[in-house]
Design a binder for this molecule. Structure first.
Ligand code: SF4
Length: 192
């Protein structure tokens, strides 16, 4: 067999890598079989997300194939967790892939003991209607301090609670909306 200089160097490199792995106690056959196996995330769509469980807000790398989450791991580029996830975060893939996951809003009519699925448009219209009704019913335009009366323009009947999965931009918009609606009560799960 005639070997060119290039193929000789290439094969000696592979040989020495194989020897080195063997010396370190690795089963070279298994390592080589694993290297040849096709990556399960090949052709999967990759995107980043945030863990929904606690207020640490760890970053996640997710891979989706055929509409299913097939891989979830800590995002090494995320400033908070730098690739690490706790046991809860690591198990989060069970949520999007669960057949018990609720994908539409549910409504329980007054007096009913049953939840019925409704569209997002219906849900948004119901929530907006309740906001309007509550705000108008409990609007405080002025408040007295001793003899003096001050304009306050607020309602104490509406409050907002943010969750760990809200990102900075969503929290910014939420804070703006609370000011526009006239409520002072804004809280976040991160403070609990
Ligand atoms: S991975 Fe763990 S620590 Fe990080 S946000 Fe999720 S639950 Fe919290």
């Amino acid at each position: 067999m005639k070997l060119s200089r290039r193929s000789l160097l290439k094969s000696s490199g592979v040989l020495s890598a194989g020897l080195a792995l063997g010396e370190l106690g690795f089963d070279v056959k298994k390592v080589s079989a694993a290297a040849k196996k096709e990556s399960r995330i090949k052709n999967a769509k990759e995107f980043t997300s945030i863990c929904t469980f606690c207020s640490c807000g760890c970053g996640m790398l997710c891979h989706v194939k055929d509409g299913k989450l097939i891989n979830l791991e800590g995002d090494p580029d995320h400033i908070i967790n730098e690739g690490a996830l706790c046991s809860k975060g690591s198990a989060m893939a069970a949520i999007p892939n669960s057949d018990q996951r609720i994908k539409t809003p549910l409504y329980r009519a007054p007096g009913s003991d049953k939840w019925q699925p409704i569209s997002w448009d219906e849900a948004i219209a119901k929530v907006a209607g309740k906001f309007k009704e509550t705000r108008e019913k409990h609007w405080i335009a002025t408040e007295k301090d001793g003899e003096q009366e001050f304009t306050v323009n607020r309602t104490d009947a509406i409050s907002f609670m943010g969750g760990a999965q809200n990102n900075n931009e969503e929290c910014y918009l939420m804070a703006k909306m609370t000011r526009l609606l006239g409520t002072d009560f804004v809280e976040h799960q991160a403070r609990l």
